[in-house]
Design a protein around this ligand. Structure first.
Ligand code: PCD
Length: 798
């Protein structure tokens, strides 16, 4: 779909909207010419390369490591083991969840492909040859692969590095009111219970992870180019862990080829490149390959959930509860604010008005790669939305009600906002029924149901799946959230140069979202500067203010607000300068944005005025400013958001299932998203398209699988499938606009919305298609084999 911009948006000489609207992405000029600059493009004089030796076992004791032959290979500069690191007190590093993770294994390996030794050499080829010369004597141990067996009394203890640990239990956590929920369930006329798995999946960005580190032996300054979504947080963590003064560390996140949460944390390879540079005195590059990325960097999801939903006979939902067993792998590296061990999972009551809710989450260690990365999930909201949207569909089936009607009956109503959920979230604004009705209208919902009935009569399998989601994005208010003790506020600086062009310095970092364009548009909107005259600078700790980075769709809610406020501060100051120049009172001026840009002009005498560019020159010139007003036209801000923003959406997915093979074809996908006003509708649509493809991938084809010994089976794109244009329909998008009441421009985040909202729509659709076979539920991924097995009534693997 394409909706035209409101005709009132003034356009710059280059044809771009001066403010919000469709504008080609500035960064694409270099990306489309192949002139992006990624970590692997970094070449430094004297730079060495490196490779990591990884464990073939999921669980094994290390008896000894012999590096003699590797060290003797010509071209090898250093061979580093866990013992070397232990000597530097760097064998273990903190994770984002207050656990520790081995940089290189010392005592044991705890997942297959864990880091065991590190070689620095003239080239990566020599380094990889040297890996084959390292002799490791392993004593294999039984592996814990199944999360449901992790707490068995006879399960091997994975984390015996921690003194006194006797089991694989990480945490228990709950939210909501257990007693009240029990009461509501006792009184319920209908209760539906279902066990389901949100499988282990991987973000799989186009660019894998890597680092170029250079510890300058003369200045003592450490420069780290790395694939990361949070340069400032990384710098602080390096300073704390390595004891290097923070001003002597510069983290540069150049162009990043996709993050999706994969690049939030710090991986052993990053630390190893730094150690390699310290040991050799030269710059060192480490770049992982695709299989290393898929098998050893952090995974997402792996939630075993048992949900129950309670309602009246006529379909008024009264309660919801869920028990979760969370598989965190061998090290608890989950990315989420400190207070929330299950992320924002307790937003699982979704978009519905109910009386009581309760959730309990238990985390366990298993012999799998660590993590729980926030893969486009806004901290586990993906799992929460999947749970509630599957439960509502199961209830509809039980009540023999249309799933759209059941949702319309229970969605929160506009007058209930701001709404405090039963687990303590304060939803800022929403008009839910309007969004769902719009999606139904675009889909031609009633017609689709008719078509389905006709097809069913002929034995054809067609499904219509709905999901409605509420997200909570923009972490976060400092009073509620921090990561490793760092508050989640963002700094932002704007400098308007004498000739009227500007530079905006952001703490957040783009991985493909188009920040260089949209943040220039925010400044354009507030200051009336053409967006092509505003350069966005990010991803370099020496040149940007502190802030916590890009993930959880937090940039627009937090840094977007910061950018708006910093521009507003400049506009206010510009008014004082214009008043001085025009010799009138500032109160006599009014603000106007035209095709010529932003301008303060005299009320009732528009001939008299000064454009922002003119004011910029005046503020750097000799004009006498009122007492106390400083020269120049710069401003800075630190923004601590008062609340999260709550975008929402209604999705409808139409599928056809081949009755002979179980093959699913996604025929149509209707997505209505509400993220408040859209800075750049084209970019938002791109974000939604990407997320819908993500959802189709997870629902139908993706799973990081392990055999009984903990071998990761399928660590390549031959087995871990990414959806292509062939598996995705031409999306049909719609939009409603409900501004956030607390964001200065009303904006809500959107980057993860479609990844969060789409998997349940696809799964609900497929299960609707095969309902005639009496199938209630089947777990993702709904591969042809799994769908066919479900149709045969064979229990599915969970
Ligand atoms: N926007 C607009 N408007 C509105 C909102 C928004 O326009 N209202 C836009 C902005 O500006 C940007 C985008 O859109 O550009 C997005 O945003 P946001 O929502 O705020 O978000 P951010 O923060 O920026 O980002 C982040 C996200 C995430 S989180 C993820 S996953 C993903 C997404 O983003 N990733 C990515 N998307 C994307 N894209 C691309 N291309 N690449 C990538 O990587 Mo995580 O937590 O990390 O897991």
């Amino acid at each position: 779909t394409t909706t035209a911009d409101a005709p009132s948006v003034p356009r710059s000489a280059a044809g771009n909207p001066i403010g919000f609207g469709r504008m080609p992405r500035k960064e694409d000029a270099r990306f489309l010419r192949g002139q992006g600059h990624y970590v692997d493009d970094v070449r430094m004089p004297g730079m060495l390369e490196s490779a990591i030796l990884r464990s073939p076992y999921a669980h094994a004791r290390i008896r000894s490591i012999d590096t003699t032959a590797a060290a003797a290979l010509p071209g090898v500069h250093a061979v580093i083991t866990g013992q070397t690191l232990a000597g530097l007190n760097l064998a273990w590093m903190p994770t984002l969840s207050a656990d520790v993770q081995a940089v290189l294994a010392t005592d044991k390996v705890r997942f297959q492909h864990q880091e065991v030794a590190y070689v620095v050499a003239d080239t990566e080829y020599i380094a990889r040859d040297a890996l084959e010369l390292i002799e490791v004597d392993y004593e294999p141990l039984p592996a814990v692969v199944d999360a449901k067996r992790a707490l068995d009394p006879d399960a091997p203890v994975i984390r015996d590095d921690v003194d006194g640990r006797t089991d694989n239990h990480i945490f228990d956590w709950e939210a909501g009111d257990a007693a009240e929920t029990a009461r509501v369930f006792d009184a319920a006329e209908v209760v539906v219970t279902q066990e389901m798995l949100y499988p282990r999946v991987h973000p799989a960005p186009m660019e894998t992870c890597g680092t170029v580190a250079h510890m300058d032996p003369v200045t003592g300054k450490l420069t780290v180019y790395s694939t990361n979504q949070a340069p400032h947080a990384h710098r602080t963590i390096y300073a704390l862990v390595a004891g290097i003064p923070e001003h002597k560390i510069r983290i540069i996140s150049p162009d990043i080829g996709g993050g999706f949460g994969n690049k939030v944390g710090i991986y052993p390879g990053y630390v190893l490149a730094v150690v390699g540079s310290i040991v050799t005195g030269r710059p060192v590059k480490w770049m992982e390959d695709r299989s290393e990325n898929l098998m050893a960097t952090s995974f997402a999801r792996d939630y075993h959930m048992t949900g129950s939903i309670a309602s009246t006979r006529d379909g008024k939902i009264t309660g919801l509860k869920v028990d979760v067993l969370a598989d965190h792998g061998a090290f608890n590296g989950t990315a989420q604010p400190t207070k929330f061990p299950a992320g924002f999972f307790h937003i699982f009551t979704g978009s519905y008005d109910l009386q009581a809710a309760h959730c309990k989450v238990s985390g366990v260690y298993t012999n799998k790669a660590p993590g729980g990365v926030a893969y486009a999930c806004s901290f586990r909201i993906t799992e929460a939305v999947y749970l509630v949207e599957r439960m509502v569909d199961l209830l509809a089936r039980e009540l023999d009600m249309d799933p759209a009607q059941l949702r319309l009956k229970n969605l929160l109503r506009p007058e209930q906002f701001p709404y405090t959920s039963k687990t303590g979230w304060e939803y800022d604004s929403g008009e839910y029924p309007r969004a769902l009705k719009l999606a139904m209208q675009i889909a031609g919902y009633d017609e689709l149901r008719k078509e389905q009935a006709e097809k069913r009569a002929r034995g054809e399998l067609m499904g219509i799946g709905i999901s409605f989601f509420t997200e909570g994005v923009g972490a976060g208010p400092k009073k509620h959230m921090d990561i490793l003790g760092l508050g989640m506020a963002d700094g932002c600086e704007l400098r308007v140069h004498p000739t009227g062009t500007a530079q905006l310095r952001l703490s957040v970092q783009s991985q493909g979202q188009g920040h260089e364009t949209t943040y220039a548009q925010i400044v354009a909107q507030e200051l009336g500067l053409p967006p092509e005259d505003v350069e966005v600078i990010h991803g370099d700790t020496d040149n940007t203010p502190f802030g916590l980075g890009t993930y959880g769709s937090r940039s627009t809610p937090v840094s977007g607000a910061a950018a708006a406020i910093v521009a507003q501060r400049i506009r206010t100051k510009a008014r004082i300068v214009a008043a001085a120049a025009l010799e009138v009172s500032a109160d006599d001026l009014e603000w106007q944005i035209t095709a010529a840009g932003g301008r303060w002009q005299v009320k009732g005498d528009p001939e008299q005025g000064k454009t922002i560019a003119e004011i910029a020159m005046l503020s750097h010139g000799t004009l006498e400013l009122p007492e106390g007003v400083e020269g120049h036209l710069d401003a800075s801000v630190v923004y601590d958001p008062p609340n999260l923003t709550y975008p929402f959406g209604a999705y409808i997915c139409v599928t056809d299932v081949d009755p002979g093979t179980g093959q699913v074809k996604v025929r149509r996908f209707i997505a209505v998203d509400d993220c408040g006003p859209r800075i750049n509708p084209m970019i938002v649509e791109g974000q939604v398209h990407g997320g819908l493809a993500d959802g189709i991938g997870m629902a139908l084809m993706q799973l990081i699988a392990f055999d009984a010994d903990g071998n990761c089976v399928g660590g390549s794109f031959m087995d871990y499938l990414l959806p292509t244009a062939l598996e995705c329909p031409s999306y049909e998008l719609g939009e409603t606009v409900t501004p956030s009441p607390h964001h200065p421009l009303g904006l809500k985040g959107v980057g993860e919305s479609a990844t969060v909202g789409s998997p349940p729509a696809v799964v609900n659709s497929v299960l609707d298609a095969i309902a005639p076979f009496g199938v209630r539920h089947a777990d993702m991924p709904l591969t042809p084999a799994n769908v066919w097995m479900a149709m045969q009534g064979t229990p599915m693997r969970t």
